[in-house]
Design a protein around this ligand. Structure first.
Ligand code: HEM
Length: 187
């Protein structure tokens, strides 16, 4: 994955646990450089090793690390010059979720080797939807749960998420059953 992802993992650890925690985690993951180059393509194994090392060093489950990372990512990309891409993807929580593939397609203009996930929304009501998640990578469903909570915060919307699996064979994929409610008193 692009270095931008690993940079954000570093940012999360640095902000929430400090420089020393970051040093221990990157060394445990076998990463010698202190930082990453956002636009360089890194092997996915580095990202997975960082998550594993963060899990051991911080005594958290890998799923908790991924979820925290997802929540962090939403603010991180908005602050790291990709705010305009986030803006154009939608003004409400459900609108944004319907536009995720278009948003990553725009990201791909800047990151040509991007291997983005794909999402689709079904079963929409006024306060719920199903978000289907297709990825070439394994084990990242907890990341999406964190992303959904991060987006909820962005759109001042309370979000409840349950996870499941749907489809058979090559169509088997994670699904998130999402209930949401705009927080009263906000416009
Ligand atoms: C403008 C904001 C965003 C940028 C610049 C961005 C960029 C990226 C990049 C660089 C990757 C790594 C993939 C690769 O290098 O091949 C990635 C992966 C991913 N992105 Fe985004 N992204 C953004 C917003 C979001 C949002 C809001 C979601 C919410 C659902 C999301 C969901 C994911 C997921 C789940 C992955 C993991 C890869 C996978 O599932 O295979 N991204 N994104």
């Amino acid at each position: 994955m692009y270095g931008l992802i690993n940079k954000a993992v570093r940012g999360l650890v640095f902000d929430q646990f400090g420089e020393d925690a970051w040093r221990r985690i990157r060394l445990a993951a076998g990463v010698t450089d202190d930082d990453f180059i956002a636009m360089d393509d890194y092997d996915d194994t580095i990202t997975y090793a960082l998550v594993q090392a963060a899990s051991s060093e911080l005594s958290l489950e890998p799923e908790q690390v991924l979820q925290a990372f997802g929540e962090y990512w939403v603010d991180y990309v908005a602050d790291e010059n990709y705010g305009h891409l986030m803006q154009t993807a939608g003004q409400t929580f459900p609108e944004f979720l319907s536009n995720l593939d278009q948003m990553h397609a725009r990201v791909k203009l800047t990151f040509p080797n991007l291997q983005p996930p794909s999402f689709s929304v079904t079963d929409e009501t006024d306060d719920s939807l199903h978000l289907h998640y297709f990825s070439s990578r394994a084990g990242l469903a907890p990341l999406v749960v964190g992303l959904l909570h991060g987006l909820g915060r962005r759109f001042e919307t309370e979000v409840e998420v349950e996870s499941g699996r749907e489809g058979e064979g090559s169509n088997a994929h994670d699904v998130f059953y999402v209930k949401y409610r705009r927080i009263a008193g906000q416009t």
